[in-house]
Ligand binder design. Sequence first.
Ligand SMILES: Nc1nc2c(ncn2[C@@H]2O[C@H](COP(=O)(O)OP(=O)(O)OP(=O)(O)O)[C@@H](O)[C@H]2O)c(=O)[nH]1
Ligand SMILES: [Mg+2]
Length: 192
Amino acid sequence: MNITNAVFFKSVSTPSGLPDENFPEIVFVGRSNVGKSTLLNSLTRVKGLAKTSSTPGKTRLINYFRINEGLYFVDLPGYGYAAVGQQEKAQWGRLLEVYIESRRSIALVLLLIDSRHPDLASDREMAAFLEYHGRPYGVVMTKYDKLTQKEQAAARRAMESFSAKARFIVNYSSFSGKGKEELLAHFEHSIG
Ligand SMILES: Nc1nc2c(ncn2[C@@H]2O[C@H](COP(=O)(O)OP(=O)(O)OP(=O)(O)O)[C@@H](O)[C@H]2O)c(=O)[nH]1
Ligand SMILES: [Mg+2]
């Protein structure tokens, strides 16, 4: 898939705010600070399209981006961010749950995992949640540029056992662009 057009569409904070299900959606899911917004910018080659930050908890809403006039990229707030208040956490948890459970137009979920920490309970829970609801998902191992070769092998082994149900596992670096062509090829299969 070749991305020729990418624009911000809308931000959503409640299920009723979700747009009509007129386009297939590719959804970016993962812990806070794992690199979801950075991945979106790297794929679209539009710097600053999705807001990024070195401080976790930057993305607080469901952000829709329209791609090639026929597809949405959906950037979600991260989970596992401790500094968020209990009430906000509960509200966000419900929105995420409702969205993933009931949204028919989800064509693919990208589960982003930090390559340096490939075995966290919260990520396993998310994978189980996606599997339980029969959502098609692929794994993107982020920040691959930060790994030593030895760590790369360890990450790969951990992931292979962890995500037997994942459609693919791609090692990614938003900084070098590693994994980009591979990931875009997977998108093509998912949106038909
Ligand atoms: N070295 C390296 N750093 C990365 C990469 N991708 C993201 N980062 C950095 O990780 C930090 C968090 O990136 P974001 O894209 O804002 O993370 P997020 O998952 O959207 O975070 P929330 O919106 O808080 O859930 C930023 O400082 C990025 O520059 C990567 O591939 N390599
Ligand atoms: Mg973000």
